[in-house]
Write a protein that binds this ligand. Structure first.
Ligand code: XMP
Length: 534
């Protein structure tokens, strides 16, 4: 199926990915590419419209960072955002000047004239009847002379040209950032641009996408066999469900239980994939092997390396067994991975066109080592799209909206040496914490605290403290609860969980998990702390 496509040229802004997400939310397919792609690439891409992103650079200082001139010659609509507006101005004959008044944050912009981009879109109007927009600004330089043919579309007192348009050429530009949610009408503006001005059909819908993705996988794979490392996480689960929908028994999932998973994880994954989906799943019980190699090791990085290395060993051995068992037949030719679009796009990297493959500990380098071709059916999807696809494929909501879980699992949540008995205590304590988060609804939002946090888990501290239980003294281990809120996992705040919830969790863990007599709550933000403890 041919979708109408929007091309986003990235000049290095931190928020370019948000432009793509907003465009996809308007049900239009788009891709992000570096600003210096060739003219041939752009023509072959055949976009219905082009968006130029922001940047940290200055058009004033960096004379190289420009859009290929063909962008303005193709005859398709172009939208410049922030730096994208400035480079549009410079390239089409306007001027940009350095400004000593840098503008960051909230601003109110007045709309001028009537442009298709803003028509009927406003947050409020002034007493004089001017349409006003509440927006997010982040810029130093500004456009000081409009290019020939352009008219003023928006202004603020400190930025007289905050938006400009040449409606004959269908070139629009705004100095503020419509892609961030702080710009209240941002989604409406981007939807207006892609759906009406560029006239894209709204055909990027996950429910419909299944048929297309299934057809593509079938065509790619033919009658060959595929193996996939199933971790129980969102990406590998959705990839497995999608590939299974496409090729059924030609897919074999390998689920490696290293003994450092969440409580009942193995059972849940088997029930879902082998039980409900009837997929072929090899369940590898490798806890002893992993624990054996981790014995006596306390250094976090060494632990990670060991877990990653052993994972590859187990996976390779299973792949080889599958080949041997299949001696008469062809053996697996493909390794499937749940790589998603943010893994592919280097955030902010405009100069490197090389796609980064997820350096996830359990699959990094595996395709080459195994001599397998790589199948990545989620490569063009954002996380929210992967989730929508998972739901459309019939995966349970709870599985699709799970918090992320690190590849090394509880190995990095048991501080110091990893021992099986520590893992057993931690699994049970963590299960209680998660259960209570899922049960407790915040009255203000109507959401559960599990959904209100981005990641929550329990950490095992290999220290003992004194307690009293009944009439007796206890001398047992300590756990720390960790719950954070974040949008990108690069920075995070500790979640202000209700005291009543913490109290219930603490009481249940101490009463139900023998061996733990003290529960603490981690109140460190990232930075300077990290989300995980190791
Ligand atoms: P930190 O601890 O660096 O974690 O603040 C940020 C996010 O990354 C996850 N994480 C990992 N995920 N393999 C993974 O697949 C790993 O080795 C790993 N280490 C950290 C962490 O859970 C959090 O979501």
């Amino acid at each position: 199926m041919q979708h109408d496509k929007i091309l986003i040229l990235d000049f290095g802004s931190q928020v370019t990915q948000l432009i793509a997400r907003r465009v996809r939310e308007a049900a239009v397919y788009c891709e992000i590419h570096p600003n210096d792609v060739s003219e041939d690439f752009i023509r072959a891409f055949n976009p219905r419209g082009i968006i130029l992103s922001g940047s940290h650079a200055s058009t004033y200082e960096d004379h190289q960072l420009r859009a290929p001139q063909v962008v303005f010659e193709l005859g398709v609509p172009v939208l410049g955002i922030c730096y994208g507006m400035q480079t549009m101005a410079v390239q089409l004959g306007g001027t940009v000047e350095w400004s000593d008044h840098r503008e960051f944050g909230y601003a109110e912009v007045r709309a001028h004239g009537h442009t298709r981009l803003f028509d009927g879109i406003e947050d409020f109007s002034t007493a004089e009847g001017h349409g006003m927009l509440k927006v997010w600004m982040s810029h130093g330089d500004k456009v000081t002379t409009l290019p020939p043919g352009f008219k003023l579309m928006a202004s603020t007192p400190s930025c007289p040209i905050a938006g400009m348009a040449d409606e004959v050429r269908r070139c629009y530009a705004v100095q503020f950032h419509p892609e961030v949610t702080h710009t209240l009408q941002g989604q409406a503006m981007l939807t207006r641009f892609v759906r009406e001005i560029c006239a894209c059909q709204g055909d990027w819908i996950m429910g419909d996408y299944i048929a297309e993705a299934v057809a593509r996988i079938r065509e790619q794979v033919g009658d060959e066999e595929v193996i996939l490392g199933l971790s129980g996480g969102v990406d590998s689960s959705v990839a497995a469900a999608l590939i299974h929908r496409a090729i059924g028994d030609q897919l074999t999932c390998v689920f490696v239980d290293h003994g450092l998973l969440r409580l009942n994880e193995g059972r849940m994954v088997m029930e879902m994939f082998a039980g409900r989906l009837h997929a072929k799943v090899v369940h590898v019980e490798a806890a002893e092997q992993f624990m054996g190699h981790l014995k006596g090791v306390t250094d976090p990085e060494q632990k990670r390396k060991i877990i990653g290395r052993e994972f590859v060993e187990v996976f390779k051995a299973e792949a080889a067994k599958l080949k041997a068992a299949d001696a008469g037949a062809k053996g697996a030719k493909w390794l499937a991975q749940g790589t998603i679009y943010p893994d592919v796009v280097e955030s902010g990297g405009t100069k490197t066109k090389k796609a980064t493959i997820k350096s996830h500990h359990n699959v990094g380098g595996l395709p080459e080592q195994l001599g397998l071709k790589l199948l990545e059916p989620l490569r063009e999807l954002f996380k929210d799209e992967v989730r929508a696809l998972g739901v459309a494929l019939g995966l349970p909501h709870d599985m699709v909206y799970r918090h992320p879980f690190p590849g090394p699992g509880l190995g990095v949540r048991i501080l110091g040496e990893v021992k099986p008995e520590f893992a057993a205590l931690l699994q049970r304590a963590d299960h209680i914490f998660i259960e209570e988060l899922r049960k407790t609804v915040d009255e203000a939002t109507g959401k559960t605290w599990y959904d209100l946090t981005s990641q929550a888990f329990t950490v095992f501290l290999p220290v003992k403290s004194v307690g009293v239980m009944g009439d007796g003294r206890t001398y047992d281990y300590v756990v720390a609860l960790r719950a954070v809120q974040t949008s990108d996992f690069m920075t995070a705040d500790w979640a202000e969980l209700p005291y009543s919830l913490l109290k219930r969790v603490s009481s249940r863990i101490i009463n139900e998990v023998r061996g733990i007599n003290r529960v603490t709550y981690d109140v460190s933000s990232k930075p300077p702390a990290t989300i995980e403890w190791e």
